[in-house]
Design a binder for this molecule. Structure first.
Ligand code: OAD
Length: 247
């Protein structure tokens, strides 16, 4: 579909939902999971690092891997893609930003009320009670932290493989997908459920679905428009075009 008609469709939408994945943070210098050369899951085994079983088996290894990622994200900055999404929110009466990312860069770019489907690296929770705990209140234990109430190790408040997503976030995300006029899928391989179902649900409910991704994904054939570009280029261009038409 021609860019002009894509803009026109977006322009006529009042309810917009956006799903982002690791690709939106790639230009900030944060590695994605599945890109051929640089993806984290090319070098690390998710079964050893991103499951409750792995944490039970070797808590220190899992903890340190997440500490490494936390440090990695901390000195990175939002890129023009994150910033364009924060600004795009002001153009629509209803704008829902849903992310699979745990790096907090959307918030740092100024987006509010971000639905974080997979948690956030900056938070910890008690591995037994599943309650968020502030590190400053926790006890040190074995080079990690222990819950001040029950003594169990703290773990990052992120969603691991085999775990369910936070129910309220999930409900809000699916509601937004079902009710939106336009849905943007940005920088996600659209392989991990249930997030991968969001654009499909939106499409079935009649939304205009746009994919922004330099590479083909399983979502591509279903999308009404595909922008084969990096999000740090495509989103600011889209924002500028939407503003142009708004004049
Ligand atoms: P993936 O690594 O699976 O996919 C990243 C996508 O971003 C790919 O389709 C790339 O083509 C695309 N991409 C790369 N650079 C880009 C750029 N500059 N602009 C736009 N797109 C770009 O990451 P996710 O789809 O986020 O979950 O992965 C989903 C989930 O799988 C993650 O949340 C994580 C992972 O395992 C958990 O850890 C639970």
């Amino acid at each position: 579909m021609h860019l002009h008609s894509t803009i026109a469709r977006l322009r006529s939408a009042s309810r917009v939902a956006v799903l982002t994945g690791a690709g939106v943070s790639a230009e900030s210098g944060i590695p994605t999971f599945r890109d051929a050369q640089t993806g984290l899951w090319r070098k690390f085994d998710p079964l050893q690092l991103a499951t409750a079983e792995a944490f039970a088996r070797n808590p220190k290894l899992v903890w340190e891997w997440y500490e490494w990622r936390r440090e990695l994200c901390r000195d990175k900055q939002p890129n023009p893609g994150h910033i364009a999404l924060a600004e795009m929110a002001t153009l629509f009466s209803d704008f829902t930003l849903i992310t699979q990312n745990i790096d907090g860069l959307h918030q740092r770019a100024g987006s509010r009320e971000v639905i974080e489907l997979h948690g956030n690296l900056e938070r910890d929770k008690c591995a037994r009670e599943n309650i968020v705990v502030d590190r400053a209140q926790a006890r040190a234990r074995d080079g990690m932290f222990a819950c001040p109430r029950c003594g169990a190790y703290l773990r990052p408040d992120v969603v691991w493989f085999g775990e369910t997503l936070p129910q309220e976030s999930l409900d809000r995300a699916f509601r937004a997908a079902m009710q939106c006029d336009a849905f943007l899928a940005v920088g996600t391989s659209a392989l991990v459920e249930p997030a991968a179902s969001l654009p499909r649900v939106a499409k079935q409910a009649g939304a205009f679905v746009v994919e922004i991704n330099p590479d083909e994904t399983p979502l591509s054939p279903l999308a009404d428009a595909v922008v084969r570009a990096k999000s740090g280029d495509a989103l600011p261009a889209l924002l500028a075009a939407l503003r142009e038409e708004n004049k």
